[in-house]
Design a binder for this molecule. Structure first.
Ligand code: ZN
Length: 77
């Protein structure tokens, strides 16, 4: 099973970067977890794939979801 980075559209990246939720680092695009606030590479190694979202990945990192830190919302599968 390989991880991938969702094909973000430029407008999605623009909005997220100006909102401070995405940052560009020397390693590439990173996304801020909505729960723990840490930045992780914006790919499916650190975030669950969620095709229904514009970003294509979950707003919280896998660790937070797996550990059940999300206060409201659905459980990850
Ligand atoms: Zn997190």
């Amino acid at each position: 099973m390989s991880h991938y980075c969702p094909p973000f559209t430029p407008s999605v990246i623009d909005k997220r970067v100006s909102a401070g939720r995405f940052i560009f680092t020397e390693l590439g695009l990173e996304k801020r977890c909505s729960t723990c606030g840490e930045f992780f590479p914006a790919d499916t190694e650190f975030f669950f794939s969620q095709k229904s979202r514009p970003e294509g990945i979950s707003c919280a990192c896998k660790a937070c979801i797996v550990e059940g830190k999300i206060k409201s919302g659905r459980r990850a599968q």
